[in-house]
Design a binder for this molecule. Structure first.
Ligand code: ATP
Ligand code: MG
Length: 657
């Protein structure tokens, strides 16, 4: 990287440096004072009711804002609405039919521009096609597609007729697909022949066929042609999209749905345990998704070109590629493929081509771009960008500052958004026109959200202080349960702290009350009686110039209770050595304290990650303790953990101090 850039980044990394919103940003921002926060705090239900009325169109009003029968909440009880009507029809009726909903770019370079009017027609045809396949209100429809426009269409078509969608990420295996279909007892599967990824075909149909051999509830399969590589079709079961859908009428009246009718099922990423089938309903979900999309991203629907580069297979895609943006009549970019095809500048070429103003990424992507280097973003004019977002994991300050400087040109606020599949929408985040940013902190709860930090007894630890992140009152887009398993719902989220939702994440608040996420509490290590968070040790490690990425776990240790085991990816060109191990241990010791020094450091080429890019520490813990590996079905590449395992077991035991 250019030397001056390097110097800028180094100078920004000064501990304690903060980033107030610029006068220029504040001048056009939606929220610039605390009035909304205060009003929401004084009357959360009244606040959410106001948002529901303002942001959505209801067929019939609700009679009760929230009924709270712990742990079950219902919102906008008695209200009737339709999600696809809110995303499509009302915009077309208001004269915005020609507005672009999606600028879509296929990986091979083909493009499609889809207006709101076109999207409404396509969704209506597809909804009629689903009816023709026997889908009725309340039926579950599984969706297994790549990132093509037909994926949002499939979700909206289900919502239009009151069917429940369950999307399975297109990179998942046949077993994962089979388990999710069977858990949902889905009647129809929407899939494709294939998807483009890194220049090759992902064989969706072949994988689906393998899964379907053991899915007795599936009656029909609707198959979209994308890659045209020739796939087998099962007579009587499989139907080509192009044979069925275009022949349907484009008139399909939206079904009036109860605010509490099920909208979708979606499985968690499986970072900490076997995935859970999370249930989301209609009115409360759409309210909070629309609210957060509008205010966290400081949306200007007339000018913004918004790009959330997640996959619709994750909750981020459901809420911030499909439902939030469309409810708010946004113009979005959607990209099919991988960020390094044909070259490592693909994302930045897309930003420049469409004039993207808002970009929402995961830290795992940002760290990958850092590893690739600044030459790729530097090839393109990205001056259209005005706001950046991050979601999925704690973002380490080094990655934050790189994102700020290299991608945002030192001009764009970064909203670090904390939330979960379970929460449905963003919960903790800066409000970009109001909040002074601290790199690595998700800052504060959003208006209407109650969050606290508690100790093991559930008592608030106050400010400053560290402990468990809990949510203290129901929120509109909260999960309504785990599909088919109310007991697991109660046990997982509500059993640990009386009357509070336990998020599973560790957190600390600093002197100013900023929330700093520390990773999963299952990942907090207890070394000789001291609590050390894996995230803190990882941050220290990536703060060393030789380290690209690191994962840390606490392994059972006879003397210290737990010992810190680190797995480290070195930057390109750095050679692993015993001397470097010593240097890194000292580096962590200096940054946090001698107690946090890793007992073992294994240099590796890769880390076990979920398909959504999150490090699966529980598998590294199994490796470090020489245990059988837990659930690996959501792993991106099972080979990685096997190779780490054999190398880990071959290494000497690590030097004790
Ligand atoms: P599982 O629940 O199956 O273990 P998962 O928790 O990874 O999987 P998701 O719902 O996709 O499934 O991820 C939510 C989690 O991601 C949060 O609980 C938190 O640990 C992490 N996370 C998300 N956003 C942030 C953020 N901005 N900062 C820190 N952590 C985040
Ligand atoms: Mg989770």
């Amino acid at each position: 990287m250019a030397d001056d850039r390097h110097d800028t980044i180094e100078s920004l990394l000064v501990e304690g440096r903060t980033y107030p919103p610029s006068a220029e940003f504040v001048a056009g921002a939606r929220v610039t004072d605390r009035a909304m926060l205060e009003a929401a705090d004084a009357d959360p239900e009244g606040f959410w009711a106001g948002q529901a009325a303002e942001l959505l169109t209801w067929f019939e009003p609700w009679h009760t804002v929230c009924e709270w029968d712990l742990p079950f909440a219902t919102w906008f009880v008695g209200g009737k609405l339709n999600v696809s009507y809110n995303c499509l029809d009302r915009h077309v009726e208001a004269g915005a039919g020609d507005k672009v909903a999606y600028h879509w770019e296929g990986e091979p370079g083909d493009t499609r521009t889809i207006t709101y009017a076109q999207l409404l027609d396509e969704v209506s045809r597809l909804a009629n096609a689903l009816k023709a396949l026997g889908v009725e209100k309340g039926d579950r429809v599984n969706v297994y597609l790549g990132m093509v426009p037909e994926l949002p269409m499939a979700l909206l078509a289900c919502a239009r007729i009151g069917a429940v969608h369950s999307v399975v990420f297109g990179g998942f295996s046949a077993d994962s697909l089979r388990d999710r279909i069977n858990d949902a007892e889905a009647k129809v599967l929407i899939t494709g022949d294939g998807a483009w990824r890194r220049g090759s075909v992902v064989p969706l149909k072949e994988t689906a066929d393998e899964a379907l051999a053991e899915c007795p509830t599936i009656e029909k399969v609707l198959v979209l042609q994308r890659t045209a590589h020739g796939v087998p079709m099962t007579e009587g079961r499989d139907v080509w999209w192009h044979d069925l859908v275009p022949a349907q009428s484009d008139d399909c009246p939206p079904e009036p749905m109860d605010a509490e009718d099920l909208l979708y099922l979606l499985y968690t990423s499986g970072t900490t345990a076997k995935p859970k089938g999370i249930m989301h309903t209609t009115g409360g979900y759409l309210t909070q998704v629309a609210f957060t999309h509008k205010y966290v991203f400081d949306l200007r629907p007339d000018d913004d070109v918004y790009w959330c580069a997640a996959d619709v297979g994750w909750v981020t895609g459901h809420s911030y590629i499909v439902y939030g943006p469309l409810t708010n009549q946004t113009t979005s970019v959607m990209y099919e493929g991988s960020p390094d095809h044909p070259d490592k500048d693909r994302f930045w070429s897309i930003v420049a081509k469409y004039g993207v103003t808002i970009l929402y990424l995961a830290p795992t992507a940002i760290r990958t771009f850092m590893k690739w280097g600044t030459e790729f973003p530097e090839r393109h004019d990205m001056s259209s960008l005005r706001l950046l977002g991050s979601v999925g994991e704690p973002i380490n300050p080094e990655a934050w500052v790189w994102y700020w400087e290299v991608i945002g040109g030192g001009r764009c606020p970064i909203v670090d958004t904390w939330w979960q599949t379970e929460t449905g929408a963003i919960m903790l985040s800066p409000l970009p026109g109001l909040t002074t940013l601290k790199p690595g902190s998700a800052t504060f709860p959003l208006p209407g959200i109650g969050a606290d930090v508690v100790d093991t007894d559930g008592a608030s630890v106050g400010v400053p202080g560290g402990g468990y992140l809990v949510l203290t009152r129901p929120w509109p887009s909260m999960l309504r349960g785990i599909w088919g398993d109310p007991e697991r719902y109660r046990d997982t989220y509500w059993a640990r702290f009386d009357g509070k939702y336990f998020a599973g994440d560790g957190v600390k608040r600093d002197d100013d009350g900023y929330f700093w996420l520390l990773g999963r509490v299952d990942d907090v290590m207890l070394v000789s009686g001291h609590n050390i968070s894996t995230a803190e040790v990882e941050h220290a490690l990536v703060g060393h110039h030789a380290v690209a990425e690191a994962a840390v776990v606490g392994k059972t240790d006879a003397t210290s209770g737990q010992a810190v085991a680190a797995f480290v990816i070195l930057k390109a060109g750095v050679e692993p050595s015993e001397a470097l191990v010593g240097e890194l241990r000292d580096h962590v010791g200096n940054a946090i304290g001698p107690i946090a020094k890793p007992k073992t450091i294994l240099f590796t080429e890769d880390l076990p990650k979920t398909r959504s890019g999150k490090i699966m520490r529980r598998l590294l813990k199994d490796v470090s303790e020489d245990k059988a590996l837990g659930d690996t079905t959501t792993l991106a590449d099972p080979g990685v953990v096997e190779s780490i395992k054999s190398r880990y077991l071959a290494q000497p035991g690590g030097d004790d101090e």
